[in-house]
Design a protein around this ligand. Structure first.
Ligand code: 3HC
Length: 382
């Protein structure tokens, strides 16, 4: 199969990511089947696509005619079999629960045509493990989009242990057709590139709140003043505290106990305060995006701390062969989030030795092994 043979794409899940991915596929000219477990979920996902396409048409980014054509190209389903009967490519975007993903892939393996590629939009989870329940592991791949999928350009293309080179190439080419910036993830490793590089910064941000060292507004204001479009705590709310919580649990189980979710995060999730989607999380979203008062910036919070931790984790990815080059990691970090520079670009300016020393101090101050500088960072030759 080649990318030109893909005509119809199915998306499993119509939530934050599913509806966005379905919209991206429509914008690229594909026929789309979007499926969720209840009619009200697919209806909501479709309404969000209509809103977003209207926004794009309002700004003349697409014409009214093409908007109408795209809306004619999408069908919604509750029944999996009907949704995927004649598709060439499936992207799964169901909640981050391994057993659920396995159930979906088992069903997809039974119901899709034999040539179809089955991709998972999982944020962190093992593609190899997901593929193991299918009879076609060579056609199972990670295709990881970023929120909001319509605007964020990165797509990580992740190789499971048995994913074929043909499947990797078609998925990479499909991301290009979707006007995205694909980055290959060569090894199926927890959190892949973007989320893995950010994972230890979540430990630091969690500890800052737990210890009362700063308020979310003080840190977010500082990061906004440093050029980020959204502060890190607002971003957690935007993506969903449930997503952050489940991600931390998975990292804690599979990588290190350092990632055990902090108490405040567990409490918010248990109380159903998940961020933007429920109207309340770390911030109040009941009247839209929270207003961050930039004058509250905590000037002694140093954004370099986040860079030090990120570049350290990024260096580990090179050591482990997960990413091919520092440039690939920078490309992923710039296109997945709102930053202007990647961690290696910044580290070359600041100096690897300074960042290694800062990692050492942070590891001691917070008692977190994950912050300890890795050998390549200490040697400073990256
Ligand atoms: N559809 C179409 N247009 C949209 C849109 C949508 N869904 N959402 C926003 N827009 C448009 C707005 O209309 C606006 O257009 P304009 O500039 O022409 O007026 C533009 O995008 C910017 O939106 P806003 O004015 O509302 O606000 P911002 O300028 O802050 O942009 C943002 C919003 C793009 C979300 C920006 O804040 C941002 O880049 N934030 C960082 C997001 C990020 O880091 N995402 C990665 C998360 S991690 C992840 O997804 C991993 C996963 O595994 C969990």
């Amino acid at each position: 199969m080649r990318v030109e043979d893909i005509r119809k794409i199915a998306v499993m899940g119509a939530g934050d990511m599913g509806h966005g991915i379905a919209e991206v596929a429509l914008l690229a000219g594909y026929k789309v089947a979007m499926r969720d477990v209840e009619q009200r979920f697919v209806d909501k996902g479709l309404a969000r696509i209509v809103d977003s396409l209207e926004k794009l048409a309002g700004k003349q980014k697409i014409s009214q005619d093409s908007k109408q054509a795209m809306l004619g190209n999408i069908k919604t389903f509750v029944d999996v079999g009907e949704a995927v009967r004649d598709v060439d490519f499936v992207i799964e975007a169901v909640p981050e629960i391994m057993d659920l993903k396995k159930e979906v892939f088992k069903e997809l393996d039974k119901r899709t045509p034999k040539h179809a590629i089955l991709a998972s939009n999982t944020s962190n989870m093992s593609i190899t493990e997901i593929a193991s329940v299918t009879g076609r592991p060579e056609k199972v791949v990670g295709m990881h989009f970023f929120n909001p999928a319509v605007l964020m350009r990165l797509v990580e293309v992740i190789k499971g242990d048995k994913t074929s080179e043909e499947t990797m190439q078609i998925t990479y080419d499909l991301a290009l057709k979707m006007d995205k910036v694909p980055v290959r993830v060569e090894k199926d490793s927890i959190g892949f590139i973007y989320n893995r590089v950010n994972a230890p910064t979540s430990i630091l941000l969690g500890a800052i709140l737990e210890r009362g060292l700063a308020t979310p507004e003080e840190v977010d204001a500082r990061m906004r003043k440093a050029g980020m479009p959204m502060g890190p705590y607002e971003l957690m709310d935007y993506v969903g505290l449930d997503v952050a919580y489940h991600g931390s649990l998975y990292f804690a189980e599979r990588l290190s106990a350092d990632y055990t979710p902090p108490k405040w995060l567990k409490e918010k999730v248990e109380a159903g305060n998940l961020g933007k989607k429920t109207g309340r999380g770390i911030f109040d979203w009941s009247r839209g995006r929270p207003e961050i008062d930039l004058s509250k910036a905590k000037e002694d919070f140093d954004p370099t701390d986040l860079i030090a931790i990120q570049v350290n984790e990024a260096a580990k990815l090179l050591e482990e062969g997960v990413a091919k080059s520092p440039d690939d990691i920078d490309k992923a970090m710039v296109n997945g989030g709102g930053g202007a520079f990647g961690p290696f670009q910044l580290a070359r300016e600041i100096g690897f030795d300074k960042l290694a020393a800062r990692c050492e101090q942070l590891a001691r101050q917070f008692g977190v092994k994950a912050f300890e500088p890795t050998e390549t960072l200490k040697r400073g030759k990256i």
